[in-house]
Design a protein around this ligand. Structure first.
Ligand code: 5GP
Length: 189
């Protein structure tokens, strides 16, 4: 039987590509996959829980943690700060299973620099038009934040070729099978 080694996977792609839903489904199918809780200065959306969805921090507290080197990576995304706490990565690695970071492209490239063995997976929407429909459909964005996210999406899509794997999220089930297949392949090599 081939050996299975825990790996660090980084999933990113434009806002609205469906990364969150996709990663949540992959974890449901494979509960042993670790997922880190990020910190952000963004205000909680309805239903989001501190310490579960994110650690919601004030800009001052976020900066204090940046200065204290408490993040593996951090970035300004859509006007707020987001970062992966070192403590979250440690907690998951101690559990001995593969780990997924669901972060933006700037953060993903920082992780790859620090951990070249990390596997970067880019989640692409079928098209920019579909991305726009999904973003406006979820009703969480103001016209201004929708415009920022679409503008950022163009820049992010241009970075897809720096990733180890690119997965198009058209149909959720198909994309989830694709993601789990990628994870299996890397864990066995
Ligand atoms: P949202 O505000 O919609 O929850 O997330 C906005 C963006 O921030 C998403 O693209 C998400 O992947 C990214 N993000 C979430 N957590 C982190 C993190 O810890 N680091 C970085 N660099 N980006 C993150």
């Amino acid at each position: 039987m081939s050996r299975i080694e825990p790996k660090l996977f980084v999933v990113s792609g434009p806002s609205g590509a469906g990364k969150g839903t996709l990663v949540a489904l992959a974890r449901k199918r494979r509960p042993s996959l670790g997922l880190t809780v990020s910190a952000t200065t963004r205000k909680p959306r309805e239903g989001e829980v501190d310490g579960v969805s994110y650690f919601f921090l004030s800009p001052e507290e976020f900066k204090r943690r940046v200065d204290a080197n408490e993040f593996v990576e951090w970035a300004h995304v859509h006007g707020n700060c987001y970062g992966t706490p070192v403590s979250e990565v440690r907690r998951n690695l101690q559990a001995g299973s593969s780990l997924i970071l669901e972060i933006d492209v700037q953060g993903a490239l920082q992780v790859k620099e620090k951990f070249p063995e990390a596997i970067l997976i880019f989640i692409k929407p079928p098209s920019l038009a579909v991305l726009e429909q999904r973003l406006s459909g979820r009703g969480t964005e103001t016209p201004a934040s929708l415009a920022i996210r679409l503008e950022n999406a163009r820049g992010e899509l241009a970075l897809a070729d720096r990733y180890d794997e690119v997965l198009v999220n058209d149909d959720l089930e198909t994309a989830c099978s694709g993601l789990l297949r990628i994870i299996d392949t890397y864990e066995r090599n």
